[in-house]
Design a protein around this ligand. Structure first.
Ligand SMILES: Cc1ncc(COP(=O)(O)O)c(C=O)c1O
Length: 471
């Protein structure tokens, strides 16, 4: 009989030398509870199992358990074994939960940096129900190696959804499910470079710096298009001698403006005239507040425009789910790159998203979130109008972030960002998203979608407190 299989959690403990074995076992268990690796209620391994694993006497483990029961860390009940006590290590866990940690490892009470939706609004129940239905319906072959484009259920659901909601003209066969837009950008860059002879890609002068780096790593030279109130200045594409261009037409990231109708037409005309490729990053295209979203650029020229969507704003970045609708001429090259990258994106999440969309739950979630973010946007603009009237707010017709232009004479953005950090508020300057040409002015990019609901009022108060001193 395999003891591990029947004995509560699989537990890794590091015993430090000194102080005797029992003390070391106690210390390691306390540490595991304190840092949250052992959550309240977790059943510990039977003493003989842990003893065998650690190479110590069974009594040593039994004594350590007894000591920790006496101290209140563990509970022991006949028949249900030894468990981590409710409330043990709770103070440490509460402290960790109250302060969000982002990829950089920094900790803040409030986070208004752009890039993340409200993670507390993830539709857990709907996702779990969709996952259950999807798993029940999945054929066995869904769990095997398969088509690098991804599950047909999801490509089918997306093709229908994107046609209906974003005016995308595609078919399931032309879609590739990717592990986030970050992966999609790399696949496209390598496909364009390796199989289409592309050398240069134009990118918006304001943008997400990693994307630029990813395209360069794919072997492409990047050239910048300035951004103004009408979006990227695509008139410069011919002169830039670009083979492709990456745009955020619905809501320029981070300036927040849509690409003007004239420039949409100009971008498509450029692509048609010289065989150029437009990559349309539609990262938050579903969130438009004042009127119906402008349809995807892809709908104007499906032979020349790659449509790229993601679940990172509509659901959660942690899903790492994104999708491409490709021109037929690019399909094979991108599929080849996808196969080399990771063969196929995780299938069970694809099936779940397909079910979420097909059941209508995805539409309902997006509608609910649109209302949620619009209310937040209105609270942000009202609070700033009252408390910091010198600050000009723009880019707010859509998306989850706004640009706050500081008045002349305001302190430098870097100073404000560091003042905010001292008060526990994470902020982002536009300059951090300004490429290399210093395209950004004196402005903050505020991700009003980021905080969980319970923290939004506090975040707003902290922001207004900081900016109210600026006239
Ligand atoms: C401009 C832009 N595009 C795309 C994405 C989404 O990337 P991913 O799908 O890899 O999460 C983001 C995320 O912040 C973004 O800012």
């Amino acid at each position: 009989m395999n003891d591990w299989a029947n004995s509560g959690v699989d537990l890794h403990l590091e015993l430090t030398a000194g102080g005797g074995t029992r003390v070391a076992v106690e210390g390691a268990l306390r540490e595991a509870v304190r840092d949250g690796r052992l959550a309240a209620g977790t059943r510990l391994p039977a003493t003989r199992v842990l003893a065998a694993d650690l190479g110590v006497a069974r009594n040593t483990v039994a004594d350590a358990y007894a000591q920790l029961v006496a101290e209140g860390w563990l509970t022991a009940r006949q028949g249900s074994g030894t468990r981590v006590a409710a409330g043990a290590g709770a103070a440490a866990q509460r402290a960790a939960a109250a302060v969000p940690e982002r990829a950089g490892g920094e900790r803040y009470a409030y986070d208004l940096r752009p890039g993340s939706p409200d993670l507390s609004a993830f539709p857990r129940a709907a996702w779990a129900a969709a996952a259950r239905r999807a798993l029940a319906a999945a054929p066995n072959e869904a769990f095997g190696y398969q088509d690098p484009r991804g599950r047909p259920e999801l490509r089918g659901a997306l093709a229908e959804y994107l046609a209906r909601v974003r005016g995308v003209r595609t078919e399931p066969a032309l879609m590739v499910v990717c592990t986030g837009f970050v992966q999609a950008a790399g696949l496209l860059g390598r496909a364009l470079r390796a199989e289409h002879g592309a050398r240069r890609i134009a990118v918006e002068a304001l943008g997400y710096p990693d994307t630029r780096t990813i395209l360069r790593l794919a072997g492409l030279e990047t050239v910048s298009l300035p951004v103004d109130g009408d979006g990227a200045r695509v008139e410069g594409l011919r002169e830039a001698r670009a083979d492709a261009v990456l745009l955020t037409p619905a809501h320029q990231f981070p300036a927040g403006v849509p690409l003007s109708p004239t420039r949409r037409t100009a971008a498509v005309a450029w692509a048609r005239a010289g065989g150029g490729v437009v990559i349309e990053d539609d990262y938050d295209g579903e969130f438009r507040y004042d009127r119906q979203p402008v349809g995807a650029l892809q709908g104007l020229a499906p032979e020349h425009v790659v449509y790229a969507g993601t679940a990172s704003k509509s659901l959660a970045p942690g899903l790492r789910l994104a999708w491409l609708a490709l021109p037929p001429a690019l399909l094979d090259a991108v599929v080849a790159q996808k196969r080399l990258a990771d063969h196929v994106s995780p299938v069970i999440d694809q099936l779940t998203l397909a079910e979420l969309i097909a059941s209508g739950a995805y539409d309902r979630h997006v509608r609910r979130m649109r209302l949620h973010y619009r209310r937040r946007r209105d609270r942000l603009t009202a609070a700033l109008a009252e408390r910091a009237p010198g600050v000009r707010v723009s880019g707010i017709a859509a998306g989850l972030h706004a640009v706050l232009e500081l008045p002349p004479g305001a302190p430098p953005v870097a100073y404000l960002v560091s003042r905010a950090a001292q008060r526990g508020l994470a902020l982002q300057g536009l300059d951090a998203l300004g490429g290399e040409e210093g395209a950004a002015g004196q402005a903050l990019v505020v991700g009003y979608g980021t905080p969980p609901e319970h923290a939004f009022a506090g975040a707003l108060e902290a922001l207004c407190g900081l900016l109210s001193a600026i006239r």
